[in-house]
Design a binder for this molecule. Structure first.
Ligand code: ADP
Length: 692
């Protein structure tokens, strides 16, 4: 079958139209509307479809990138927020410290006000000596143990144990005079005071302790107690019994002095002395002061504990050099195993703050945990220097400004879910696009087929116009020729006159059949065709139709075999319409089976239907065309069939009429061996006035 879509063909037809060929003109006109249609289709569906698909893919890709970017952005935000939080954590510590330094308040007490992980603050002088709140160990005194080994000391100590107070006092006095060093002398004086007190001579005891205070205030006993402190404790205690107010004042002063002075790290007895003094004061002084002071003492003891614990690290760092880049109000951070050290300075002093590192890390860890909300796709963690990073971090930021080696990392909260969501997004997007692409393609294919059919129909229609004019003209010409011949008396014999009349009759019949078909088809096309159904003998109707065509058939040299049984069941039908069907089929059989000269007409009853079979032994029909020949205007492409005139309407009308009778038409045919058309009419009564 030639394709009406072939580009060469189209060019050829356009040229033909330019040259004025009527059919080509119509085709081109039709083509133009087809092209318009194509253009509109392209403009409204194909191009937008392609553009949409393109944008769809770009959109998904962008969305995916955006998804990743969104998470990265969130990670960035969380990371920045956490960093800022940590910065402000340290900032608030620094500010609290600076404020204190500016206001001149001591930096060595109420440490929690500056930071809750601040454990101890060391104060150094410009020479790098620790001056507060502690001092480093005193140089060890080699004579410390000697004192107690001295025979005189043992003598005195023995008397004291035996509660021989007078003798003990005497021995200690002698020792005080004879002892080689201040330390021994001081001890002896103090011990003398002690036994005098036991003896009951309070005045003498006080004299002795006051002497200790004057002469040996800083001498320490082997347990680290300062003799001066011990003497003040004793004096206070003693006074408390006689003159409570004076005694309390003395003890309070002792405690204040102890708390504001530097204590000795590692061996200091100061906290114990202060605690003892506070115990003595219980119930005798303002309870608020007592509680406050106990708190201060507790804090100082804690600091002492921490400073001892950190001493080794502090010694390793050294208290000069790079740890002490001092500049007023500038804070330098230095990390060791247990502590985060911070240094700063004023003009006179250098300060060293020790922050409890595990405590600090725990604090920052809590901040990290809180940095991203519970719904966030990400979470922040604090990464220790030793631990290897978890991998897959979306962002990493070191805390080197404060915590050398530590970092904050932001990770996807659930990496698998994140990846799955990305995949899902991609799949859904692609699915939608593919679906629309498939729909557009289906639309395209359907439209192309529609166009093809349109074009074929256009061709058929234009063929039809040509055919009809030809079909009309040739019988008319024949009739006119014969009529003129008769008029002019050119037919001289009876036989030739009869022949002229026959032609006129035959061609008139052909003309009226043609016009009938066209009118019928036009009525059918507009849905106006109606049939009047009556139950009756279909065989008779067929027989009459064959009979009226018989003469014409025989004149064409066709032999018609007719086989119609008598007692057929009645079939509801429109006899005129059925006649037209039979006439059309007979006419085709004659046209396309002329050379064989035989037509068979058979009516039979089979499986509940009356069948009308019209056969010929003519040119036959290509199986590929058998489905198409019932379409309107369709004419076979077989050149042998094309030699015969026709409009392509006959079979369309046949099919229409039979279907209006609730029947159907079947065809058996093969090229070269003839065709058999069978009409199947159901015996049950069909609807009245039916159309298909
Ligand atoms: P027309 O005969 O006017 O062309 P029809 O609708 O009657 O139109 O038939 C359509 C086509 O079917 C014909 O062009 C012809 O090619 C084919 N055809 C119809 N009847 C026969 C037949 N008996 N033998 C061979 N071809 C036939």
């Amino acid at each position: 079958m030639r394709t009406p879509f072939g580009p060469l063909n189209i060019v050829y037809r356009i040229l033909a139209a330019r040259l004025g060929e009527v059919r080509a003109l119509e085709e081109v006109y039709h083509l133009r509307s087809v092209w318009n249609f194509v253009a509109v289709f392209a403009a409204t569906i194909v191009v937008p479809g392609i553009v949409l698909t393109w944008y769809g893919f770009a959109g998904i890709r962008a969305e995916q990138r955006a998804g990743t970017a969104e998470v990265s952005r969130e990670a960035e935000i969380v990371s920045n927020a956490l960093y800022g939080d940590i910065e402000s954590y340290f900032q608030s510590f620094e500010n609290a410290t600076l404020n204190r330094m500016k206001s001149g308040r001591s930096l060595t007490s109420s440490l929690a006000e500056m930071s809750d992980v601040l454990r101890v603050v060391f104060v150094f002088d410009n020479e790098g000596r620790m001056v507060a709140p502690f001092v480093r160990d005193l140089p060890s005194d080699p004579s410390a143990t000697d004192l107690f080994a001295m025979p005189r000391w043992q003598e005195a100590w023995g008397a004291e144990l035996g509660q021989d107070w007078a003798r003990a006092a005497d021995r200690y006095a002698a020792l005080a005079r004879e002892a080689p060093g201040l330390r021994e002398q001081g001890h002896a004086v103090f011990a003398r005071g002690r036994v005098l007190a036991r003896e009951g001579d309070a005045g003498a005891a006080e004299l002795a302790w006051n002497e200790v205070l004057r002469q040996y205030p800083t001498v320490r006993d082997p347990w680290g107690f300062r003799l001066g402190d011990l003497a003040r404790l004793r004096l206070g205690e003693q006074r408390l019994a006689r003159e409570p107010a004076v005694g309390a004042a003395l003890l309070r002063q002792l405690v204040e002095d102890l708390l504001s002075g530097a204590m000795v790290m590692g061996q200091g007895g100061e906290p114990a002395v202060a605690r003892r003094a506070l115990d003595l004061l219980a119930g005798k002084v303002d309870p608020d002061w007592l509680a406050r002071t106990r708190g201060r003492l507790g804090e100082r003891s804690d600091q002492l504990y921490w400073s001892s614990a950190l001493l080794e690290e502090l010694d390793r760092l050294g208290t000069r050099g790079r740890l002490f880049r001092t500049e007023f109000g500038v804070f330098y951070y230095w990390r060791t195993e247990q502590a985060l050290w911070v240094t700063t300075s004023t003009d006179d002093d250098q300060y060293l703050f020790a922050l409890d590192l595990p405590g600090l890390v725990a604090q920052l860890g809590v901040r990290a945990e809180r940095a991203a909300g519970p719904d966030s796709e990400v979470r922040a963690i604090l990464v220790a220097p030793s631990s290897s990073s978890e991998g897959g971090a979306l962002s990493r930021r070191t805390l080197s400004r404060w915590l050398d080696g530590w970092a904050i990392e932001v990770l996807p909260r659930d990496p698998e879910a994140l990846a799955a969501r990305q995949n899902e997004r991609w799949r859904r997007g692609v699915g939608i696009i593919l679906l629309s692409a498939v729909m557009i393609s289906v639309g395209l294919v359907l439209t192309a087929r529609l166009l093809r059919r349109e074009l074929a129909a256009a061709r058929e229609k234009s063929d039809f116009a040509a055919r009809v004019s030809h079909e009309l003209r040739s019988p008319l010409t024949q009739i006119r020729l014969k009529a003129e011949a008769l008029q002019l008396g050119l037919a001289t014999t009876d036989a030739s006159r009869d022949q002229h009349y026959d032609v006129i009759v035959r061609e008139s019949e052909r003309l009226s059949r043609l016009i009938d078909n066209m009118l019928d088809f036009s009525a059918i096309e507009r849905g106006l065709k109606k049939y009047t159904m009556r139950p009756g003998d279909l065989g008779q109707t067929v027989g009459r139709a064959v009979e009226s065509a018989l003469v014409a058939m025989e004149m064409r040299g066709m032999h018609v075999d007719v086989e119609i049984p008598e007692d057929l069941p009645p079939v509801s039908h429109d006899p005129e319409a059925v006649s037209q069907v039979v006439t059309n089929l007979l006419s085709n059989a004659a046209k396309y089976g002329r050379d064989a000269g035989w037509i068979g007409v058979r009516v039979s009853v089979e499986s509940g239907e009356v069948r009308v079979t019209i056969s010929d032994r003519g040119i036959g029909i290509d199986p590929q065309e058998q489905g198409k020949i019932f379409q309107e205007y369709y004419r076979s492409l077989d050149p042998r069939a094309r030699q015969r005139k026709g409009t392509g309407l006959g079979l369309t009308i046949v099919k229409y009429i039979v279907e209006a009778h609730d029947g159907r038409v079947t065809l058996e045919s093969a090229i070269g061996s003839g065709s058999t058309f069978t009409l199947h009419f159901p015996v049950r009564p069909p609807r009245a006035d039916a159309h298909p």
